[in-house]
Write a protein that binds this ligand. Sequence first.
Ligand code: GRG
Length: 292
Amino acid sequence: MDIDALLTRKKSLFEDFLETYLSHIQTNSGVVDAFSYSLSAGGKRIRPILTMLACEAMGGTDSAALPAGLAIEMIHTFSLIHDDLPALDNDDLRRGRPTCHTKFGEATAILAGDALIFQALSLICSSAYTPDVKVDLCCALSDVCGFRGLVQGEYEDVMAEGKDLDLMQIEEMYRKKTSRLFELCMYAGGRVISDDLPRIQALKTYGTNIGLAFQAIDDILDVTSSDTTLGKTSGKDIVQDKATIVKALGIEQAREWATLSTEKAIEALTNSNLNRIVELKELASWMLKRVM
Ligand code: GRG
């Protein structure tokens, strides 16, 4: 199966799972309307797809990975809703639609993002995973999102506006704001089916490195692409004087840096005794060449 067909199939499995999840919520709430709007707005769904592939790599099935994949997509969507708020990136376009606060108001968008964090934990805790897996996933998820990950990464990103960071500082910020969530996808996909830590570690290393490359490409696309293609406002990094790898190195060298990181990701799979290695390698290359 070629990589585009694989992505389409897994994305469709995820969309069905999400739709079923949302259809079971029987609460009349503006917060639910707001988070459902943002969750259902599409996007590449790369994180749940990675979670499914990691699970298959360890010999598991898509259905075993889907609750973890949806929980991670909820965390990702929370981060986008909050990042778009006026106090942070102040954006009005996301996934080709008005941002959550533009559509529902700032207070509702803040609460919708908050709710998604807890819905993610609740989804894991109420899943059919074993108690050990639930604990491990909740521990990993909270670690990846706190001061060692997403929230700190966002803080560093905001605080670096107008400054010149060196490459190590940029890499550290990318690791926290983007790459650790990719690492979590690979960990979670593996952990739901196995506790074979050496093989899970190979998946995590792959995730860390494709996550770094993903953020570098994101920053390149911000400069080279358009609002219509990206479904979000392009060209903002220059306007806000963000400390990106493109600012530090220029587009060509930033692309080389992303390529190097992708090679490290692929290298981590060598001799790992995992399934789906060909697909994971193809996906890493696809992510490097992506245009949206
Ligand atoms: C607000 C706590 C908090 C965190 C925000 C930095 C950050 C975390 C959000 C800003 C948006 C951004 C640059 C995130 C980094 C990760 C990234 C490249 C997100 C975009 O992910 P895609 O391209 O989006 O997978 P879709 O819409 O396809 O899901």
